[in-house]
Design a protein around this ligand. Structure first.
Ligand code: AMP
Length: 495
């Protein structure tokens, strides 16, 4: 049975009386409770008529019920499509028309999403927006047989062309990476994971949650990151996973001391670059060296600093066992160690491709199975990877990816804007802040005008935090905007 949920359920059943989810302000869930809630959600999905291969789109605030819904989708072989809760109705409209889910579970209404009214589900049924299905107590559903390459989830990444790509992940991808991480990070039966990450993203859902679930260990399941709350729960945790912003915010908390963290087994970080400064300050304040690892929606985790061994600031460690990492030139030929090139990865964790985008898939996955990550890196002679930049123009703000093109397209529609370039500028709290450089049609474009124009269309985290008015954008001889020039000129904006 290659359904990843079969493996999880076996582990839950063996630990039914153990705590599964430690919750803020509500009773904890044991693994028996979790099994029960998954059973109920699976019965509802089954009664609704969803069948293996159907997509279920979910845009919900993080909650234990939301986690149960995800697991129920796995159980039934449904393809789980989580969406950032910050996405607006007009963004949702695209995801609905692209994924054609049979069901959307979320807070937006059908009226706000034009494609929901027009489109039919893939079996001709109208797309439904809620699960108000009544099920009887004895309605139980079996775990649906899946092959390792059957789809388990689609994670939308923002597209460089403005069009989001759906990274397809299989049951085999999820299972192999969960096992590998659990081993790599030495998961123990006494571990308690502090999870304050969102679960619409690979980090909080697959990387963090799977480690806890696979081992049937408790997870402190916080709806969102709040430094005070995290400090209050920390005494009960042994492992924390977070983005660099979590660590920089905790560093500002006066309760962060060696004594408050002495019991912790490991602090793990990823999703955006952890600066050597944060790494150093964390060690100074707590005595712990943060374990940094590297991954992405398309591949879950590729490399990790060692649990036992040297964790080096500014590096993301070694390829996980069974995976390969190479730093290559444009044709995929490995460059010599110490030289910068494109990071390419292969292994059982690598996704089969982008949903309904065979050309994009062929562009980014080589015939030998290596995925071209878009990140630039250097390998040391002994195989330790460092990330030195991104060839794709991505901005990572507070752990969230923002593709400048998508923001620029909306800015350029403003009558006040002749043209625009969106860049990421180092920011002490967000890692990078989204900054708009604009050429106004007349007068000056204010940040208020941008907020008004973009508010309805783009998620809050994509909206520029600052605007710079210029007479013209710097361009190279090929007419391409030189973003590196802009980034350099404004690098000290927030520091
Ligand atoms: P996502 O698909 O949202 O997880 O974003 C993946 C991207 O985040 C990668 O392609 C990298 O550019 C970046 N990323 C993830 N982990 C790290 C890390 N430890 N250091 C630097 N960048 C990272």
């Amino acid at each position: 049975m290659s359904n990843f949920y079969a493996e999880l359920a076996l582990s839950f059943e063996g630990s039914a009386q153990r705590p599964a989810l430690l919750l803020n302000g509500q009773p904890d869930w044991s693994y028996a409770d979790l099994l029960d809630r998954v059973r109920l959600a699976a019965a509802e999905l089954d009664a609704f008529g969803a069948v293996a291969g159907d997509r279920v789109m979910v845009q919900l605030p993080k909650s234990p019920e939301n986690l149960a819904l995800y697991l129920a989708c796995l159980q039934l072989g449904l393809v789980y499509v989580p969406l950032n809760t910050a996405y607006t109705a007009s963004e949702l409209d695209y995801f609905v028309s692209d994924a054609e889910p049979v069901l959307y579970v979320g807070t937006q209404t059908r009226e706000d999403v034009p494609s929901a009214k027009l489109r039919l589900g893939n079996r001709g049924s109208v797309l439904e927006f809620m699960v108000p299905v009544q099920v009887s107590d004895d309605h139980t559903v079996a775990i649906v047989e899946r092959r390792p390459d059957d789809l388990a989830a689609i994670l939308y990444t923002s597209g460089t062309t403005g069009r989001s790509k759906g990274a397809m992940l299989s049951h085999g991808n999820l299972a192999s990476n969960a096992r590998s991480l659990s081993e790599q990070w030495g998961w123990e039966t006494s571990d308690v994971l502090l999870n304050a990450l969102p679960i619409f993203h690979v980090h909080g859902l697959f990387i963090a949650s799977h480690c806890a679930l696979l081992n049937a260990t408790p997870m402190i399941f916080l709806e969102k990151f709040d430094a005070e709350q995290v400090m209050a729960w920390l005494p009960q945790a042994t492992v924390m996973m977070g983005v660099p912003t979590f660590y920089t915010r905790l560093l500002m908390n006066t309760q962060l001391t060696p004594a408050a963290t002495a019991h912790m087994r490991v602090f793990i970080c990823g999703s955006a670059p952890l600066t050597e400064q944060t790494f150093g300050e964390w060690e100074e304040k707590t005595g712990h060296r943060i374990l940094e690892r590297y991954g992405m929606s398309e591949t879950i985790i590729n490399t990790s600093n060692p649990l036992n061994g040297e964790r080096i600031a500014g590096t993301v460690g070694y390829a996980l066992p069974g995976q390969q990492v190479r730093v290559a030139n444009e044709t995929g030929e490995p460059v010599t160690s110490g030289e910068v090139g494109m990071i390419e990865v292969a292994g059982p964790n690598v996704f089969p491709g982008y949903w309904r985008m065979p050309e994009k898939t062929a562009e980014e996955i080589r015939p030998d199975g290596f995925f071209i990550t878009g990140d630039l890196g250097v390998l040391s002679a002994d195989g330790r990877l460092s990330i030195v930049g991104r060839s794709k123009d991505l901005v990572i703000s507070g752990g969230y990816n923002v593709y400048p093109k998508e923001v620029e397209m909306v800015l350029d529609e403003m009558p006040e804007v002749a043209e625009s370039a969106v860049i990421g500028v180092p920011h002490p709290d967000f890692g990078e802040a989204v900054v708009a450089v604009v050429v106004p049609t007349a007068g000056e474009v204010t940040i208020d005008a941008i907020d008004r124009a973009l508010g309805e269309q783009l998620a809050r985290f994509k909206q520029p935090k600052h605007v710079i008015n210029v007479d013209e954008l710097p361009r190279n001889t090929m007419g391409k905007v030189q973003k590196n020039v802009l980034r350099q000129a404004h690098s000290a904006l927030f520091t």
